[in-house]
Design a protein around this ligand. Structure first.
Ligand SMILES: NC(=O)c1ccc[n+]([C@@H]2O[C@H](COP(=O)([O-])OP(=O)(O)OC[C@H]3O[C@@H](n4cnc5c(N)ncnc54)[C@H](O)[C@@H]3O)[C@@H](O)[C@H]2O)c1
Length: 251
Protein backbone atom coordinates (compact mmCIF):
# COMPACT_ATOMS: atom_id res chain seq x y z
CA UNK A 1 0.00 0.00 0.00
CA UNK A 2 1.36 3.36 -1.05
CA UNK A 3 1.09 5.92 1.76
CA UNK A 4 0.55 8.96 -0.44
CA UNK A 5 -2.91 10.42 0.12
CA UNK A 6 -4.13 7.78 2.59
CA UNK A 7 -5.47 8.57 6.07
CA UNK A 8 -3.23 7.50 8.96
CA UNK A 9 -3.88 7.40 12.70
CA UNK A 10 -0.90 7.28 15.02
CA UNK A 11 -1.33 6.82 18.77
CA UNK A 12 1.41 8.10 21.04
CA UNK A 13 2.06 10.52 18.20
CA UNK A 14 3.11 13.35 20.51
CA UNK A 15 6.53 11.86 21.30
CA UNK A 16 9.27 9.39 20.41
CA UNK A 17 8.45 6.62 17.96
CA UNK A 18 4.93 7.90 17.27
CA UNK A 19 6.08 11.46 16.51
CA UNK A 20 8.90 10.23 14.23
CA UNK A 21 6.43 8.00 12.40
CA UNK A 22 3.97 10.87 12.05
CA UNK A 23 6.67 13.10 10.52
CA UNK A 24 7.81 10.33 8.16
CA UNK A 25 4.41 9.27 6.83
CA UNK A 26 3.25 12.90 6.55
CA UNK A 27 6.34 13.59 4.40
CA UNK A 28 5.25 10.64 2.21
CA UNK A 29 1.88 12.32 1.68
CA UNK A 30 -0.35 10.63 4.27
CA UNK A 31 -3.08 12.63 6.04
CA UNK A 32 -2.09 12.14 9.67
CA UNK A 33 -4.20 12.21 12.84
CA UNK A 34 -2.26 12.05 16.09
CA UNK A 35 -3.90 10.48 19.14
CA UNK A 36 -2.21 11.15 22.47
CA UNK A 37 -3.04 11.81 26.10
CA UNK A 38 -0.52 14.70 26.08
CA UNK A 39 -2.63 17.35 24.35
CA UNK A 40 0.05 20.03 24.30
CA UNK A 41 2.82 17.98 22.66
CA UNK A 42 0.27 16.40 20.36
CA UNK A 43 -0.85 19.81 19.09
CA UNK A 44 2.78 20.84 18.55
CA UNK A 45 3.65 17.83 16.39
CA UNK A 46 0.37 18.12 14.49
CA UNK A 47 1.07 21.77 13.73
CA UNK A 48 4.59 20.95 12.52
CA UNK A 49 3.39 18.31 10.04
CA UNK A 50 0.05 19.84 9.08
CA UNK A 51 -1.77 16.99 10.79
CA UNK A 52 -4.67 16.70 13.21
CA UNK A 53 -4.24 16.52 17.00
CA UNK A 54 -6.65 14.41 19.02
CA UNK A 55 -6.32 14.46 22.77
CA UNK A 56 -7.39 11.02 23.97
CA UNK A 57 -6.64 8.29 26.49
CA UNK A 58 -6.45 5.06 24.49
CA UNK A 59 -7.67 3.04 27.48
CA UNK A 60 -11.01 4.86 27.43
CA UNK A 61 -13.53 3.34 25.00
CA UNK A 62 -15.72 6.42 24.56
CA UNK A 63 -12.94 8.96 24.09
CA UNK A 64 -11.08 6.69 21.64
CA UNK A 65 -14.28 6.14 19.67
CA UNK A 66 -14.74 9.91 19.50
CA UNK A 67 -11.12 10.57 18.49
CA UNK A 68 -11.27 8.02 15.67
CA UNK A 69 -14.66 9.36 14.54
CA UNK A 70 -13.24 12.91 14.41
CA UNK A 71 -10.22 11.69 12.41
CA UNK A 72 -12.53 9.81 10.03
CA UNK A 73 -14.78 12.85 9.56
CA UNK A 74 -11.79 14.94 8.45
CA UNK A 75 -9.57 12.44 6.58
CA UNK A 76 -11.79 9.41 5.90
CA UNK A 77 -11.27 6.01 7.57
CA UNK A 78 -7.60 5.25 8.19
CA UNK A 79 -5.77 2.70 6.05
CA UNK A 80 -2.70 2.92 8.30
CA UNK A 81 -3.00 2.75 12.09
CA UNK A 82 0.14 2.70 14.22
CA UNK A 83 -0.15 1.96 17.94
CA UNK A 84 2.72 3.70 19.73
CA UNK A 85 1.01 4.91 22.93
CA UNK A 86 2.69 3.23 25.86
CA UNK A 87 4.22 3.53 29.31
CA UNK A 88 7.17 1.74 30.89
CA UNK A 89 7.39 2.08 34.68
CA UNK A 90 9.76 -0.38 36.34
CA UNK A 91 9.21 -2.20 39.65
CA UNK A 92 10.28 -5.45 41.26
CA UNK A 93 7.64 -8.08 42.14
CA UNK A 94 8.91 -7.83 45.70
CA UNK A 95 10.96 -4.66 46.14
CA UNK A 96 12.50 -2.74 49.04
CA UNK A 97 9.08 -1.35 49.96
CA UNK A 98 7.16 -4.60 49.65
CA UNK A 99 5.18 -6.28 46.88
CA UNK A 100 4.59 -4.72 43.44
CA UNK A 101 1.77 -2.19 43.49
CA UNK A 102 -1.17 -4.01 41.90
CA UNK A 103 -2.68 -0.83 40.47
CA UNK A 104 0.59 -0.07 38.68
CA UNK A 105 0.60 -3.55 37.12
CA UNK A 106 -3.02 -3.09 36.04
CA UNK A 107 -2.25 0.36 34.58
CA UNK A 108 0.62 -0.93 32.42
CA UNK A 109 -1.55 -3.74 31.03
CA UNK A 110 -4.38 -1.24 30.55
CA UNK A 111 -2.33 1.25 28.49
CA UNK A 112 0.03 -1.04 26.57
CA UNK A 113 -2.20 -4.04 25.88
CA UNK A 114 -5.84 -3.00 26.31
CA UNK A 115 -5.16 0.44 24.76
CA UNK A 116 -3.60 -1.25 21.72
CA UNK A 117 -6.55 -3.64 21.42
CA UNK A 118 -9.05 -0.81 21.89
CA UNK A 119 -7.61 1.16 18.96
CA UNK A 120 -7.20 -1.99 16.85
CA UNK A 121 -10.83 -3.07 17.24
CA UNK A 122 -12.27 0.38 16.47
CA UNK A 123 -9.90 1.11 13.59
CA UNK A 124 -10.51 -2.32 12.02
CA UNK A 125 -14.28 -1.75 12.07
CA UNK A 126 -13.79 1.50 10.11
CA UNK A 127 -11.15 0.04 7.78
CA UNK A 128 -13.57 -2.73 6.74
CA UNK A 129 -15.84 -0.11 5.19
CA UNK A 130 -13.15 1.11 2.75
CA UNK A 131 -12.81 0.01 -0.85
CA UNK A 132 -10.13 -2.64 -1.40
CA UNK A 133 -6.85 -1.67 -3.07
CA UNK A 134 -4.40 -3.92 -4.96
CA UNK A 135 -4.36 -7.50 -3.64
CA UNK A 136 -7.74 -6.75 -2.01
CA UNK A 137 -5.91 -4.93 0.78
CA UNK A 138 -7.85 -2.40 2.83
CA UNK A 139 -5.13 -1.38 5.27
CA UNK A 140 -2.74 -2.32 8.02
CA UNK A 141 -2.58 -1.93 11.80
CA UNK A 142 0.96 -1.82 13.19
CA UNK A 143 1.38 -2.41 16.92
CA UNK A 144 4.43 -1.76 19.06
CA UNK A 145 5.63 -4.48 21.41
CA UNK A 146 9.20 -4.60 22.74
CA UNK A 147 12.00 -7.11 22.98
CA UNK A 148 10.99 -7.14 26.67
CA UNK A 149 7.96 -9.11 25.47
CA UNK A 150 10.44 -11.96 24.81
CA UNK A 151 13.22 -11.37 27.34
CA UNK A 152 12.02 -9.00 30.03
CA UNK A 153 14.53 -8.02 32.68
CA UNK A 154 14.17 -7.81 36.45
CA UNK A 155 11.78 -4.92 37.13
CA UNK A 156 9.88 -5.44 33.87
CA UNK A 157 7.21 -7.89 35.08
CA UNK A 158 4.33 -5.59 34.16
CA UNK A 159 5.90 -4.13 30.99
CA UNK A 160 7.05 -7.52 29.67
CA UNK A 161 3.61 -9.03 30.38
CA UNK A 162 1.90 -6.22 28.48
CA UNK A 163 4.23 -6.52 25.48
CA UNK A 164 3.97 -10.33 25.47
CA UNK A 165 0.23 -9.75 25.20
CA UNK A 166 0.67 -7.50 22.16
CA UNK A 167 2.85 -10.16 20.49
CA UNK A 168 0.20 -12.81 21.26
CA UNK A 169 -2.59 -10.64 19.87
CA UNK A 170 -0.91 -10.25 16.48
CA UNK A 171 -1.58 -13.62 14.81
CA UNK A 172 -5.22 -14.19 15.87
CA UNK A 173 -6.05 -10.61 14.86
CA UNK A 174 -4.35 -11.06 11.46
CA UNK A 175 -6.17 -14.38 10.93
CA UNK A 176 -9.58 -12.93 11.77
CA UNK A 177 -9.21 -9.69 9.80
CA UNK A 178 -7.63 -11.31 6.71
CA UNK A 179 -11.06 -11.81 5.13
CA UNK A 180 -11.46 -8.02 5.18
CA UNK A 181 -8.05 -7.38 3.63
CA UNK A 182 -6.63 -5.97 6.86
CA UNK A 183 -3.09 -6.86 7.94
CA UNK A 184 -1.86 -6.83 11.54
CA UNK A 185 1.86 -6.53 12.15
CA UNK A 186 3.82 -5.85 15.34
CA UNK A 187 7.24 -4.27 15.71
CA UNK A 188 9.35 -5.26 18.73
CA UNK A 189 11.94 -2.49 19.07
CA UNK A 190 15.14 -2.90 21.02
CA UNK A 191 16.69 0.20 22.55
CA UNK A 192 15.57 3.30 20.75
CA UNK A 193 16.55 6.81 21.78
CA UNK A 194 13.27 8.48 22.81
CA UNK A 195 12.01 10.35 25.89
CA UNK A 196 10.89 6.97 27.32
CA UNK A 197 14.51 5.85 27.30
CA UNK A 198 15.65 8.95 29.19
CA UNK A 199 14.44 7.41 32.47
CA UNK A 200 17.33 4.95 32.42
CA UNK A 201 20.60 5.71 34.21
CA UNK A 202 23.55 6.40 31.83
CA UNK A 203 25.42 3.35 33.21
CA UNK A 204 22.44 1.11 32.39
CA UNK A 205 22.29 2.56 28.88
CA UNK A 206 26.04 1.89 28.37
CA UNK A 207 25.59 -1.70 29.55
CA UNK A 208 22.69 -2.26 27.19
CA UNK A 209 24.60 -0.77 24.24
CA UNK A 210 27.57 -3.01 25.06
CA UNK A 211 25.36 -6.08 24.86
CA UNK A 212 24.00 -5.10 21.43
CA UNK A 213 25.55 -7.26 18.68
CA UNK A 214 25.61 -4.75 15.81
CA UNK A 215 25.47 -1.81 15.43
CA UNK A 216 26.67 -0.86 18.92
CA UNK A 217 24.44 2.15 19.45
CA UNK A 218 20.89 3.04 20.38
CA UNK A 219 18.33 2.87 17.62
CA UNK A 220 16.82 5.99 16.14
CA UNK A 221 13.09 6.70 16.09
CA UNK A 222 13.44 7.40 12.34
CA UNK A 223 14.55 3.77 11.85
CA UNK A 224 11.27 2.65 13.41
CA UNK A 225 9.39 5.05 11.10
CA UNK A 226 11.15 3.60 8.04
CA UNK A 227 10.09 0.12 9.12
CA UNK A 228 6.49 1.31 9.37
CA UNK A 229 6.81 2.56 5.78
CA UNK A 230 8.23 -0.77 4.59
CA UNK A 231 5.53 -2.81 6.35
CA UNK A 232 2.86 -0.56 4.83
CA UNK A 233 4.27 -1.01 1.33
CA UNK A 234 4.99 -4.76 1.57
CA UNK A 235 1.66 -6.58 1.55
CA UNK A 236 3.25 -9.95 2.27
CA UNK A 237 4.23 -8.97 5.81
CA UNK A 238 1.34 -10.04 8.02
CA UNK A 239 0.55 -11.73 11.35
CA UNK A 240 4.09 -11.49 12.62
CA UNK A 241 6.28 -9.58 15.07
CA UNK A 242 9.47 -8.08 13.67
CA UNK A 243 12.38 -7.40 16.00
CA UNK A 244 14.30 -4.19 15.28
CA UNK A 245 17.10 -4.44 17.80
CA UNK A 246 20.67 -4.81 16.48
CA UNK A 247 20.36 -8.45 17.60
CA UNK A 248 20.52 -7.63 21.32
CA UNK A 249 19.24 -10.36 23.64
CA UNK A 250 18.65 -8.81 27.05
CA UNK A 251 20.01 -10.79 29.98
N1 LIG B 1 12.04 3.70 23.18
C1 LIG B 1 12.33 2.43 23.27
O1 LIG B 1 13.48 2.03 23.45
C2 LIG B 1 11.24 1.41 23.11
C3 LIG B 1 11.63 0.07 23.04
C4 LIG B 1 10.66 -0.90 22.89
C5 LIG B 1 9.32 -0.55 22.82
N2 LIG B 1 8.96 0.75 22.91
C6 LIG B 1 7.54 1.05 22.84
O2 LIG B 1 7.30 1.99 21.84
C7 LIG B 1 6.14 2.75 22.15
C8 LIG B 1 6.49 4.23 22.04
O3 LIG B 1 7.47 4.52 23.00
P1 LIG B 1 8.40 5.82 22.96
O4 LIG B 1 9.76 5.36 23.24
O5 LIG B 1 8.10 6.58 21.74
O6 LIG B 1 7.86 6.54 24.28
P2 LIG B 1 7.42 8.06 24.54
O7 LIG B 1 7.24 8.14 26.01
O8 LIG B 1 8.35 8.98 23.86
O9 LIG B 1 5.99 8.16 23.83
C9 LIG B 1 4.86 7.49 24.31
C10 LIG B 1 3.64 8.36 24.03
O10 LIG B 1 2.48 7.64 24.46
C11 LIG B 1 1.59 8.59 25.05
N3 LIG B 1 0.66 7.90 25.95
C12 LIG B 1 0.95 7.30 27.13
N4 LIG B 1 -0.17 6.81 27.68
C13 LIG B 1 -1.20 7.11 26.84
C14 LIG B 1 -2.60 6.86 26.87
N5 LIG B 1 -3.18 6.22 27.88
N6 LIG B 1 -3.35 7.30 25.83
C15 LIG B 1 -2.78 7.97 24.80
N7 LIG B 1 -1.46 8.24 24.72
C16 LIG B 1 -0.68 7.81 25.73
C17 LIG B 1 2.51 9.55 25.79
O11 LIG B 1 1.86 10.77 26.09
C18 LIG B 1 3.65 9.70 24.80
O12 LIG B 1 3.43 10.78 23.92
C19 LIG B 1 5.72 2.31 23.57
O13 LIG B 1 4.68 1.37 23.46
C20 LIG B 1 6.96 1.66 24.10
O14 LIG B 1 6.67 0.69 25.08
C21 LIG B 1 9.89 1.74 23.05
Amino acid sequence: MNLSGIAAVITGGASGLGAATARHVAALGAKVALVDINAENCAEVAKEIGGMALSCDVTDAASTEKALADAKAKHGAARLVVNCAGIAPAAKIVGRNGPHDLEMFRKVIEVNLIGTFNVLRLAAADMMTLDPLADDERGVVINTASIAGYEGQIGQAAYASSKGGVIGLTLPAARELAKSGIRIVTIAPGLIETPMFNNLAPAAVEALIASTVFPKRLGKAEEYAKLVQHISENVLINGTTIRMDGSIRMS
